[in-house]
Each structure stands twice: as C-alpha cells, then as structure tokens.
Design a protein around this ligand. Structure first.
Ligand code: G6P
Length: 475
C-alpha cells in the first residue's frame, strides 16, 4: 500500500462527534453524540489541531451523506458549524447489513454484554451459525476502518483506536502499515478470563490478538488493566507489557461553561418548579442495561417503605437519554423503568408530592439541570468503565452533592471512600446508603465533595489523550 495519506494524528471510533438525522421538517439536523467516549474525545481533540476522526455512518441519512461527500462530512456547513475544534471528520458509509451485524449483533449484543457481565447465563449467549454471520460482519466492518486509516495516515502517524467496536483494527492496521504508531483504548470495564471465555475459543484469540498488536493498550483503571493482562495470559499464554491505566477525568472549565448556558438555566427553572424545595436524588444515564436504573428505583422504593420520614420530602429525578433502541432488550429495559416508576408513584404520590420524576428523552440541558439540582447523585451501575456523569456532576454542582456509587465503576477507583460505595446488586444496602446520603451533614458533604472534585479533574480529556500519545514509541 502506498503511503500517500497526510494525517499525522487519527482517531477511530464507531460513533463520531455528531449525529445527522432528518428533523421534523425534513431538513438535516445535527446533534451531539451521547456517551462517555464522545464527550471525552471531543474535548481532547478540540485542543489538538489537524487531527482526523474516522467514524461510521450510523443511520441511512448519514450513509447517504457519507457517500455523497466521499466520507468528508466536515465539508458540509451544518457539520462544520457544529464541530467544536479544528479536526476533520471522515465518516465511513459501511453498508447497512454489515453495520447491523457488527454494531447491533457483535459490539452491542455480544461484546458489551460480556464486558459488563450482563448475560443471564441460563439463556444466553448461544454462539450459533447466525452469530457467526454477525461475526463475519464485525470482521468486514473492522477491515473497512483499517483500510480507511491506512489510506489517510502519513508515514509514522499516530492512530488512536477506540473501544470494543474496533478490537480487530490494531492487528489489521499493523499488517497494512507497519510504520504506524497505534494506540487502543477500551472505554468499558474488563472481566475475568473465565467470564471472557464464554466467547468461543477462536474468537477470544482473535480479539486479544487484535488488541495485542497495538503499541499501547489503555483502559480506565488498574483493576481493568489487571483483568485484561490476566485474560491475555489465559488466552495467548503470554504477558502483555503494553497495557496501562489512563483514568479519563472531566474538564471543569468546559463543564462549567456548559452548565451556565441559557438553556440549562431555563431547564433549571422548570425543574425547580416541579420539585420545589424537596431534596433531590438525581441520576443521569443512557437507557442502558448496565446502568442498573431498575435496582436504583427498587432501592428508592425500599427507602420510602422503610423510612416513611422521607415521604413528601424527597424526589428521585431520573434522566435517561434513549439508547440503542433497535435492540429489543433495550426497549424492554426502558419499559421496565417506566413501569416501576409509575408503580412507585401509585404507591406513594399525594396531591402535592410526586415521589419520582422520570424523563426518557434526549435533552442535555435538562440532564445538566438535574445534576445541578441534586443533593444526592446515584450511580449504581452493574459495571461501568469509568462513569463520567458522576465526575461531571461533582465539577458543576455548587451543592456539594453526596455520591452513592457502585463499587463496580471505574469512578469508584478514582473517588474512593468519599463516595458512599455500594454493591449494585444489594438493593437494601443501596437504600441504606441513600438514607445516609440524605442525612449527611453539610460540612461533611462539602469536605467530601471537595476531595472528590479534585480527583475528578486530575486527568482531564486533553491530558488523558496526551498521556496516551506520549506512551507511543517516538515518531
Ligand atoms: C459507551 C461506549 C461508547 C459508546 C457510548 C454510547 O460509552 O463505551 O463507545 O459510544 O456508550 O453508545 P452508542 O451505542 O450509542 O454509541
């Protein structure tokens, strides 16, 4: 392959910084992508000129636009105006069937489930012939990225590949372009070798070999690094020396700017009107199985049942950004959140008090307003690579919220015991922690929040990204 590419720095991820979709009047609309990867990478690249971000077209409209512009969608005015930063976006028009097999089938229904331990093992997984067809799509999808990166990269360029959608890219790219310096970062947790080995043996080898070809393999915490190393020993029978923890933090300047925007101020006013002077237990997530919103609601119900003194004085505000709605498991999960919330309402609501407020909507200003108004922030994920929301809540809030946090999150390693750490499966312990958080004296809340805030901003996105670049071999 000839090395005619010009880019010195490339990032690759399934989801790019922006999503394009048809608005109500048929015109194209651009919105910001959800999730930790996009928010971290977006701020990291805003400060890094001349980078290229290679991503996939995620819907039919994006595929059409990507084809028309030969992938160079930043040439479109609406995209250029919405991008924060000087980087180019190259969107790959991967065909719909390949994309569905790779994204819905392998990335979201297999790898995400393995890495977050979401399988009900009595029923799933079952790796059959139809799963193998999805795997073939995942291989083609990874090849499309590897070829695009190989074409665009200048000699010796740095390529930073993101997440479980692209586990095979480092090895494919190394083969095509041995001159490149390749990093890979996994934004999810990692699991024990035994759990990882629910995947077919040849697939375990392909995935770990795919990653092992990178010069630097990054995960958020030492815990995930150790588990990845153990998996590599188990699967490949050798030690990988290139695995390091880069715990992504938040950018307090950027977050404070966002929190001060007029639309957030307006949303705050609306929320104040709804909750009055009640204490607020807030949470913001995607409608995502790993976020454990249902057990959070069960814990809140148990709190109201066992500690009646809180009735009428607390509101649980749940803001969920709809996610992966093509997958039936996600749609069912969202419905179960709504069902349980309305059961809690039926059980406890009075004429002048609604115990729970559930908003399932893509409304970033309203979500920030909820975090700003929270006295207690509840994040009880089953498992979570980091959970940036809790770090963001700490940096924007001037209420010094108490934090009830799953010990299975990367954020637990960053924030430590200043958060009230809980076992995410123990509903009663979570109810107890909510009670303790609501009762926490203000000076204690302030002292804990101050220490946690310092920890949350220790490695903001720009530094996080630079640290990974610095760990690559010299260019
Ligand atoms: C997590 C993943 C990201 C992903 C995000 C949103 O944070 O680590 O790779 O972009 O979820 O999920 P989605 O499937 O909507 O991109």
């Amino acid at each position: 392959m000839s090395h005619t590419g010009r880019a010195q720095l490339l990032v690759a991820s399934n989801r790019g910084p922006l999503t394009i979709h048809a608005g109500p009047d048929g015109d194209d609309e651009v919105s910001r992508g959800g999730g930790g990867l996009v928010s971290g990478m977006q701020s990291a690249l805003a400060a890094t000129p001349d980078a290229v971000w290679v991503c996939a077209a995620l819907n039919g409209r994006e595929r059409a636009i990507a084809r028309q512009t030969a992938g160079h969608i930043s040439e479109l005015r609406i995209v250029d105006e919405a991008l924060q930063g000087d980087f180019d976006v190259h969107m790959l028009p991967i065909d719909a069937a390949t994309f569905r097999g790779a994204y819905d089938g392998i990335a979201n229904s297999t790898l995400w489930f393995v890495l977050h331990q979401l399988y009900d093992l009595s029923q799933a997984p079952a790796f059959d012939a139809s799963w193998r067809r999805q795997w073939a799509a995942y291989v083609r999808y990874n090849e499309a990225f590897a070829h695009a990166l190989a074409r665009e990269a200048a000699p010796g360029a740095a390529v930073m590949v993101q997440d479980y959608h692209l586990f095979l890219v480092p090895a494919m790219l190394r083969e095509l372009r041995p001159d490149l310096r390749i990093g890979h970062f996994t934004h999810t947790p990692w699991v024990t070798p035994e759990y990882f080995s629910t995947l077919p043996d040849d697939i375990c080898v392909a995935l770990v070999e795919g990653l092992a070809a990178a010069d630097v393999i990054g995960l958020h915490t030492e815990r995930w690094v150790e588990l990845f190393r153990a998996t590599a020993r188990h699967v490949l029978g050798r030690e990988l020396e290139t695995v390091h923890a880069f715990p992504l933090g938040t950018d307090s300047g950027e977050m404070t700017k966002l929190a001060g925007r007029r639309d957030v101020v307006n949303a705050s006013r609306v929320l104040d009107g709804v909750v009055g002077d009640a204490l607020v237990i807030g949470r913001v997530d995607r409608t995502e199985l790993s976020k454990n919103v249902v057990r959070g609601l069960l814990a809140y119900r148990e709190l109201l049942r066992t500690r009646p003194e809180w009735r009428g004085r607390v509101v649980h505000a749940v803001y969920d950004n709809p996610s992966r709605e093509d997958l039936p498991a996600y749609r069912e999960y969202t419905a179960s959140i709504e069902r349980l919330a309305s059961a809690i309402d039926d059980e406890f609501a009075t004429d002048d008090w609604s115990p729970v407020l559930v908003e399932i909507v893509d409304d970033y200003p309203a979500a920030l307003a909820a975090l700003l108004r929270s006295d207690v922030v509840l994040i009880n994920s089953v498992r979570d690579g980091m959970n940036l929301v809790v770090l963001e809540a700490l940096t924007i809030s001037d209420r010094s919220p108490a934090i009830v946090l799953s010990r299975e999150t990367g954020a637990a390693e960053v924030l430590g015991d200043d958060a009230l750490l809980v076992n995410p499966f123990d509903v009663s312990a979570t109810a107890h922690a909510l009670h303790d958080a609501l009762l926490m004296e203000l000076d204690e809340r302030v002292a804990r929040a101050e220490r946690m805030r310092a920890a949350a901003v220790r490695l903001p996105p720009t530094e996080w990204f630079q640290a990974q670049l610095a760990a690559l071999p010299p260019g």
